[in-house]
Design a protein around this ligand. Structure first.
Ligand code: PHE
Length: 340
């Protein structure tokens, strides 16, 4: 019985024909797969009486080999190879991978960090969710200072002491409390203020803070470093001017303007026809701030400065609406491809 079946199958296998890879695959499945005819034969083989097993086994093996050879020769005739993966053409060129671009604020942040790191500043970061001490008290804000007001600061209802930091000056405090001078750090980060969102204001934005504490630090050092920074960032013809200002954590304090990068100082809409644009606040670290953060103010002095990254990005790339920075519109982001 089974021998006849083997013979019949053998004849069929010898006569197999196919003209396409699909047809060959169908034949392979029909004969050689787990559910194919040869497997079925193997199942039957179990019932073959012991004395016939040897002969029948040999025949089945022969048949198997024939079927393999036949299918391979059909494949060869088609011009393919016997490799099951032959459908993959490894010589084909790959699809181009679309690269993303860095966000303009990241580009400018990195550029600022780069300039200051060349001047010996190292990077320091702190938490965005802060406590009152690091944002205000340690920075010499009086208890009734208006910046603590609900208008500016995001408070967390259940924990009046926990706030979203309103400036990166909190990182000054975090650094000073754990490190004695010399301190020379640059602190980038996101800050939050409770303001209505418009083209010119947002409830969050980004700052870079700088802090230098050592013996014999002077206002002249501050001015020189800031001039160098402005020239590096906006070009060698850039001028700076310092105007007296007030911050609780610096004394004396100043605001720094640069000659308008857009009109070259002649006067335009961006600089409100003054030829100058304000880019940062700065000053000598208030001795009380040093003391509050565990540094001997009779021995050490320091300077600090803080700037908004959005504002500087606006100047460099003339972005007119602050909201563009957080909308993730790919068309906007792609405009900075060349700067990446
Ligand atoms: N923290 C100030 C602000 O947010 C900026 C500043 C930093 C001023 C350091 C002086 C020194 O406006």
């Amino acid at each position: 019985m089974i021998l006849e079946k083997i013979k019949e199958l053998q004849q069929r296998v010898e006569g197999l024909q196919a003209t396409t890879a699909d047809e060959i695959e169908k034949l392979r499945i029909q004969y050689l797969s787990k559910k194919g005819e040869l497997s079925a034969l193997m199942n039957e083989f179990r019932n073959v009486p012991a004395e016939q097993k040897k002969e029948v086994g040999m025949r089945i093996n022969e048949l198997k080999q024939k079927a393999f050879d036949k299918i391979n020769s059909l494949r060869e005739a088609l011009g393919g190879n016997n490799d099951a993966d032959s459908a993959i053409d490894i010589t084909r060129t790959a699809y181009p991978i679309r690269l993303g671009t860095r966000h303009p604020l990241t580009l400018v942040k990195n550029e600022i960090i780069d300039i200051f790191s060349r001047l010996g500043f190292s990077l320091a970061e702190g938490p965005e969710i802060e406590d009152d001490w690091h944002v205000f008290s340690s920075m010499n804000f009086a208890d009734d200072h208006p910046a603590r007001d609900m208008q500016d600061t995001f408070f967390i209802e259940a924990h009046p002491d926990i706030i979203l930091r309103t400036h990166t000056s909190s990182v000054q405090s975090r650094v000073m409390e754990r490190q004695q001078p010399p301190i020379r750090v640059i602190c980038p980060g996101r800050v939050y203020r409770n303001e209505a969102i418009s083209a010119r204001a947002h409830c969050f934005f980004h700052q870079v803070e700088g802090l230098y504490v050592d013996q014999d630090v002077s206002f002249t050092d501050l001015k020189q470093v800031l001039l160098l920074f402005a020239k590096e960032l906006f070009g060698p013809d850039t001028k700076i001017r310092l105007r007296p200002s007030y911050f609780p954590f610096t004394e004396p304090s100043a605001e720094m303007d640069i000659s308008c990068n857009i009109c070259g100082g002649v006067g335009c809409g961006f600089c409100k026809h003054t030829g100058w644009v304000e880019i940062l606040g700065c000053g000598m670290v208030h001795p009380r701030v040093l003391e509050l953060n565990g540094i001997d103010s009779t021995k050490y002095k320091g300077y600090a400065f803080g700037m908004g990254i959005e504002r500087i990005t606006n100047l460099k790339y003339q972005v007119s609406d602050l909201r563009l920075f957080s909308e993730n519109d790919v068309r906007f982001l792609e405009e900075f491809e060349a700067a990446n």
